[in-house]
Design a binder for this molecule. Structure first.
Ligand code: PMP
Length: 388
């Protein structure tokens, strides 16, 4: 199997697996049991891991809350901030191309009496297609806006938002910024304090760590940010998120983030050149392919992302006819939702075009050889499907 679905998830780096193994059966103390050494050792490993992560993303260790992943982080950030008893404002602003872990929350908040604005992205012909329309964002923020939520990098078309500019806009207008950075952390340089982002979510499995572990940065910028806990219990993590912490997974996430930071320059260049080779390979042999999203270059687009619309076949058919290559159609970080992509349609593609679209996510373990073989398989499948 050739795996080109690295936006859905990435394989766990073997160095990460090595780092986490001792924390299962050898050092299994409860990090919240400080009456004995095993507990203290686990607690120290967690503290050290959080310090390493905090350094890699430019933030104070105290602002990191460990969660089960970006979905939980988004819930904790958005609901936690908007539902805090001291929060009097009742307007939430987000972008039409966000992940369901933000958009479905927005719908819930509407049911809870919040006014929600969903800002459109720049459309397909714009050089920054898929990224939030900055003028419309500025117009939407008003005196009653409690929170703005904008993703750093889009999971379908890889568009990268100008987060510093967005943070400046939000703060100038007196509101707080949450950023779903799930697709950005580990792929592009992240400096949270420098960018002055107040709340930021991520998931380890998008940067070669394990699934089911992530973090939320609370108060990453220059303002104090209060959140109402969403998981109540033993008061761990200063009451911000109760439940016994998972040393193995936290050590793993920290190792993964440190590796990503160390190797970013070389990984970025490699992944981008593989993605470009895939683009050239398919467009030189299949007619009428349209590119979805921004320019195929940094700083506008994630290095491994490719999203295309086909002239003659649906994404689902192409995937079914190419079982040896893993890629995805539509929004599909999960294939639970069969609707055509809201991101592509939000950018101006028709429903039919959205159904004829696929997303490739190239990762650091892919090789030139895999690109060559995948192009052959994809072209062969395409020819079979269009052979009349
Ligand atoms: N936000 C974005 C942008 C994502 O790509 C994902 C994962 N598909 C999530 C949030 C949710 O992450 P998780 O499933 O790990 O909670």
């Amino acid at each position: 199997m050739i795996y080109f679905d690295n936006h859905a998830t990435t394989p766990c780096d073997r160095r990460v697996v090595e780092a986490m193994l001792p924390w299962f059966s050898d050092q299994y103390g409860n990090p919240h049991s400080d009456s004995h050494e095993m507990g203290r050792l686990a607690a120290e490993a967690i503290d050290q891991s959080i310090a390493t992560m905090a350094l890699a993303i430019g933030v104070a260790p105290e602002s990191v809350v460990i969660t089960s992943g970006a979905t939980e982080s988004n819930n904790l950030a958005i609901r936690g901030f908007c539902q805090h008893p001291r929060q009097k404002k009742r307007h939430f602003v987000t972008v039409a191309t966000e992940h369901p872990a933000v958009l479905d929350l927005a719908t819930e908040m509407e049911r809870d009496g919040f006014r929600v604005s969903r800002i459109p992205p720049y459309s397909i012909n714009h050089p920054r297609a898929g990224c939030v329309d900055m003028d419309k964002l500025a117009d939407a923020i008003d005196d009653d806006t409690a929170l703005v939520s904008v993703m750093w990098a889009n999971n379908e078309v890889g568009s990268i938002a100008p987060m510093q500019e967005i943070a400046e806009l939000c703060h100038k207008k007196g509101t707080i910024l949450h950023c779903d950075a799930t697709q950005a952390v580990g792929r592009i340089p992240i400096d949270i304090r420098g960018t002055d982002i107040d709340l930021l979510s991520a998931s380890a499995h998008k940067f070669y760590g394990p699934k089911g572990i992530g973090f939320l940065v609370v108060g990453g910028g220059n303002r104090r940010v209060r959140i109402k806990p969403q998981i109540i219990g033993g008061g761990q993590q200063h009451g911000r998120r109760s439940g016994t912490m998972n040393p193995a997974a936290i050590v793993a996430m920290s190792t993964a983030i440190a590796i990503a930071a160390q190797e970013m320059t070389t990984t970025t260049a490699r992944v981008q050149s593989l993605r470009d080779k895939l683009w050239k390979g398919v467009t030189s042999q299949i007619p009428g392919i349209l590119l979805n999203g921004p320019n195929l270059s940094l700083p506008d687009r994630l290095p491994g992302n490719l999203n295309i619309t086909m002239e003659a076949i649906e994404g689902e058919s192409w995937m079914a006819a190419t079982p040896d290559v893993a890629f995805s159609s539509g929004s599909a970080c999960s294939s639970v939702d069969p609707r055509a992509s809201h991101v592509l349609m939000g950018m101006g593609r028709s429903e039919s075009e959205a159904r004829r679209s696929v997303r490739f996510g190239i990762g650091k373990f892919n090789t030139e050889n895999e690109i060559d073989n995948a192009v052959k398989l994809l072209v062969r499948a395409y020819e079979k499907l269009t052979d009349t």
